[in-house]
Design a protein around this ligand. Structure first.
Ligand SMILES: NC(=O)c1ccc[n+]([C@@H]2O[C@H](COP(=O)([O-])OP(=O)(O)OC[C@H]3O[C@@H](n4cnc5c(N)ncnc54)[C@H](OP(=O)(O)O)[C@@H]3O)[C@@H](O)[C@H]2O)c1
Length: 246
């Protein structure tokens, strides 16, 4: 059975900005119930002003206690969740030899981008496996395959998301839970202000993803990511040099 696009109950992290906000917009217009999580009450209120029927929850994915509380809240108050979208993410750019707060930054970036999304999946699987039709959608990056020098931890967390998403897809293949991955190229969002050229809009990304989602294409290589992965397979050194200073 392919995923239906309407009448789902969707939990999405980081739905207040960029790619997440556009996912909220499009799923909202398709008549889904949406629960948006972010760490910032004001950002959530702004999202709710645009999409009045969304539920908003303030939880910090950089804090493991907060993630436990989010999971408990969903298990007891939002038992209808059948789609979990792990979209929230941060990218720290710094030179390690010049950085004073490396210990804390390394830990936080891994937690927000990898540990918390994995714990949210683990914690909510009891809800998902009891539904007829349920889905996990993880957001990785083209940088999962070819890193850039300014963001070692970010790139590593995205490789980790990619690998874990694939392995979980194998684990869950005999259940009702489908596991999707969105692999974006450079997208015009707050995360990429002042960086790079040739960005696509969040709308272009979500339009392409939804076409794949409808067809049960589990790995969505969006836009230029298709070309990047092709070059990486046949000319890996060229891919490395293209992405190194990206
Ligand atoms: N933009 C790109 O070019 C690009 C490319 C590849 C992959 N991606 C991935 O796409 C996803 C979305 O990125 P974006 O570009 O849309 O970024 P963005 O505009 O900066 O949005 C990031 C979202 O994550 C939330 N967030 C950040 N830290 C959080 C925390 N500690 N707890 C809870 N929520 C938190 C933010 O909400 P609050 O600030 O309200 O907490 C915001 O809603 C990320 O996983 C990113 O790695 C982006």
């Amino acid at each position: 059975m392919t995923m239906k696009l309407s009448n789902n109950t969707i939990l999405i992290t980081g739905g207040t900005s960029g790619i997440g906000l556009e996912l909220v917009r499009q799923f909202y217009e398709l008549d889904n119930t949406i629960i948006v999580v972010s760490s910032n009450q004001n950002n959530l209120m702004q999202a709710k002003a645009q999409f009045p029927k969304i539920e908003i929850l303030v939880y910090d994915l950089g804090n493991s206690l907060s993630v436990q509380e989010l999971i408990e809240k969903c298990l007891f108050e939002y038992k209808d969740i059948n789609i979990v979208i792990n979209n929230a993410g941060i990218q720290n750019n710094y030179t390690w030899t010049d950085e004073k707060d490396g210990y804390i930054k390394i830990e936080n970036e891994i937690r927000v981008n990898f540990t918390s999304p994995m714990q949210i999946i683990y914690g909510l699987l009891p809800l998902l496996t009891t539904k007829q039709n349920s889905t996990i959608i993880n957001v990785s990056s083209g940088l999962a395959f070819v890193p850039k020098k300014s963001a070692p931890i970010y790139c590593a967390t995205k490789s980790a998301i990619h690998s874990a998403t694939k392995a979980l897809r194998y684990q869950l293949e005999n259940t009702t839970v489908k596991v999707f991955e969105i692999i974006p190229p450079l997208v015009e969002t707050a995360m990429t202000v002042g960086r790079g050229t040739g960005k696509i809009s969040p709308k272009q990304l979500v339009d392409e993803f939804l076409r794949n989602f409808k067809n049960d294409t589990f790995e969505s290589n969006i836009g230029k990511t298709k070309l990047l992965r092709f070059i990486h397979r046949i000319l890996p050194k060229l891919a490395d040099s293209i992405m190194k200073n990206g």
